[in-house]
Design a protein around this ligand. Sequence first.
Ligand code: MN
Length: 341
Amino acid sequence: MNSTDIQNIHSLLSKPKKIAIVPHRNPDGDAYGSSLALYLFLKEMKHDVQVVSPNEAPAFLNWLPGREDVVIFEEDKAYARKIIEEAEIIFTMDFNALHRVGEPMQKVLESVKPIYILIDHHPEPDDFADYTYSDTKVCSTCQMLYQFFEMLGVTDKITKDMATCLYTGILTDTGSFRFPSTTSKTHLIAADLLDRGVEHAKIYNRIYENSISRLHLLGRALENLKYLKKYKTAYITLSNSELHSFNFKKGDTEGFVNYALSLEDTVLAAIFIEDKQQGIVKISFRSIGDFSVNDLARKYFNGGGHINAAGGRSELSLKETIHRFTSVLPQYEEQLNKDHE
Ligand SMILES: [Mn+2]
């Protein structure tokens, strides 16, 4: 994003506009945090603004400021469509291609001609936006939004509520400031957010506190953990019936894959979660060093993401999906066994 773009956006936003903000489907802390921080900011600037989320966010994000104002596309289609159709500007947050909102909402977004502004850190963004602010090196869209506010010269307008939303996305997308994408800039931004009143211990607890059924589900996931020494690969499976017997709620499996990655001498980690309702297996991949799970997910599992964190899906059964996974590993054997720090 160059200075002309910033000047253009600055003048676009200098008068009240009708604006919609869209996170990706199955929004996470970063997608919701960035959408809500931007929502609260634009509302403060007297714009007519709404967040339209394709579907519900997990319950552990329910306390986020502004959360109660979000319009859920899949629950309130007519109203959501009206907001999108009337919007003069649409911000797309934390995703790189319109299909990431799911097909029904994608069709609506493709049928309108607002000014699109994309803010995102996933690789290879599609060319649908009028203004694309994309940077794969930044840890989170929330950090990018903070930097966007910096470019606009409006960081002094960041309230405690906006800071809380931004901090949440940075916290969740960096695995609590531990992933390699965390930089000194990340910490400087976090420091500024704390100065604006962010209650970091409270946020951490709200996001990471557990229900007893989630801990029991984690216990089962860890029991199911398998390690393939030859490929330095650890993976977890959870079947539909296992999910049910532990009273699964949306968001409960968040972060499970990181336990697999934490196993010593692991370069590639995955979790396979059976979703009977959608008839698919949902997959999360993690890696360390320069082994790209983005490539693996794109090539074999209809997905993608970042170099060290990506998602995918499979329409095969759980068993067949695992078989597919283990049968593509031999071609990566050399890459997986080279030195990864
Ligand atoms: Mn993100």
